[in-house]
Design a binder for this molecule. Structure first.
Ligand code: AR6
Length: 172
């Protein structure tokens, strides 16, 4: 069952004990605030070294590193769109973040993966619209792929959690 493969929880993504967590990074891939800062702090300085070697990342694309001191084996770094009102292809770029992260996960045999609400902090993407994109893109991917077996959306607050639950209901 598809719905059994999607989980929505609240919490801190750095505590996720699975194969990979996704980082909401920027194009430089050299750390930052928000979830990016929390992931780098928890993974240790080796993560920054590994990111330096990647040479940045385009918006909507994804790159993978080890998780170093994190409980998850990998970090998939993706770069979400900056919200500019909705008519600058933001939803296409955001869908591409989820799609490219899931493709990378499948190629690295990542069975369990956790996403934060990409672009919904500093980048200002409205959570209702963003959670619809996240859920729709993930459901479409899981329909035609067995790996990852499980996708968890880790929400940092209750408003985010409620939006994901609504988006999930709207898709079912
Ligand atoms: N666990 C789960 N979710 C978290 C955590 C955490 N530990 N910390 C924050 N969030 P943001 P963006 C949520 O701003 O909007 C950085 O400086 C947060 O509440 O981290 O994509 C990068 O370097 C929000 O719902 O990412 C970029 O420059 C979501 O994660 C820029 O910010 C994303 O918020 C990216 O901005």
């Amino acid at each position: 069952m598809l719905n059994d493969r999607i989980k929505i929880t609240t919490g801190d993504i750095t505590a996720f004990t699975g194969d990979a967590i996704v980082n909401a990074a920027n194009t430089k891939l050299l750390g930052g605030g928000g979830v990016d800062g929390a992931i780098h702090a928890a993974a240790g300085s080796q993560l920054l070294e590994a990111c330096r070697a990647l040479g940045g990342c385009r918006e909507g694309a994804s790159k993978i590193t080890p998780g170093f001191d994190l409980p998850s084996r990998h970090v998939i770094h993706t770069v979400g769109p900056y919200w500019e009102g909705g008519d600058h292809d933001e939803s296409t770029v955001l869908a591409s973040c989820y799609q490219s992260s899931l493709e990378l996960a499948a190629r690295h045999d990542v069975r369990s993966i956790a996403f934060p609400a990409i672009s919904c902090g500093v980048y200002g993407y409205p959570i209702d619209a963003a959670s619809e994109v996240a859920i729709r893109t993930t459901i479409d991917f899981l329909r035609s792929n067995d790996i990852p077996g499980e996708v968890t959306f880790i929400c940092f607050d209750d408003t985010t959690y409620d939006a994901y639950v609504r988006a999930m209901k709207n898709q079912s």
